[in-house]
Design a protein around this ligand. Structure first.
Ligand code: ATP
Ligand code: MG
Length: 197
């Protein structure tokens, strides 16, 4: 599951857990993005902070892991590179699934090398409140759509809440609440819009 994870929240964790159960996955690997080219104009927290929050959030689940593949690779993050790196790391016999929310799935066709991506992994699009999960133009043999328990949480909203001095308890794991406070993240964030992006 790729993402900016700025910060990771319970929407990500529920989606990962639900997909792991439905598809009988051995592991879910969370891959925080390096330089997020699609959010180029927006300020994103340092990769190391996003990586550590993801580690904290997933530490208690023996099936959840975090990969540094995207943050250690130079240049902007492309999903096709992420999948190539994971394929190289796990070997040709491992079946890869890429878990993505309805909003991100929409953008898949705008990503580069879609054909190669579909060869490298099976894509799983999960429902997300506020976004339509449409199967239009998506090849059924390489993309599955899955209903997960609705969690109307976004990182954008979490950042805006912290910036406004509002609580994020129970939206993100306890350790992540404490990490955000310890590092003073999102202090300057002004809520231009609290809708997810
Ligand atoms: P931001 O608001 O900064 O874009 P976000 O909440 O969308 O953050 P991302 O890191 O952008 O989080 O998302 C990583 C992946 O998780 C994407 O595929 C996204 O669609 C999915 N996702 C995020 N939040 C949810 C949610 N509440 N339910 C289901 N999927 C989600
Ligand atoms: Mg997003």
């Amino acid at each position: 599951m790729g993402g900016t994870f700025d910060p990771i929240h319970h929407g990500h964790l529920v989606a990962a857990s639900e997909v792991a159960d439905r598809f009988g996955l051995d592991e879910v690997v969370f891959v925080p993005t390096g330089d997020p080219w699609q959010k180029g104009a927006l300020r994103v927290s340092p990769a190391e902070d996003r990586y550590l929050m993801t580690v904290i959030a997933t530490a208690s689940n023996p099936r959840f892991h975090v990969s540094r593949a995207d943050i250690d690779r130079r240049g902007p993050t492309y999903t096709v590179d992420t999948l190539r790196d994971l394929r190289a790391q796990y070997g040709p016999k491992t079946q890869l699934f890429f878990i993505t929310g309805a909003d991100a799935l929409e953008k898949i066709l705008s990503w580069k090398d879609t054909a190669t991506m579909f060869e490298l992994a099976h894509f799983i699009g999960v429902t997300r409140p506020g976004f339509e999960l449409s199967d239009a133009h998506l090849p059924a043999d390489t993309v599955s759509l899955v209903q997960v328990p609705a969690m109307a949480i976004s990182s954008t909203d979490c950042r805006a809440r912290v910036g406004a001095g509002k609580p994020v308890w129970y939206l993100v794991p306890d350790g992540v609440v404490q990490y955000i406070a310890k590092r003073g993240l999102y202090q300057g964030v002004i809520s231009a819009s609290s809708s997810p992006s």
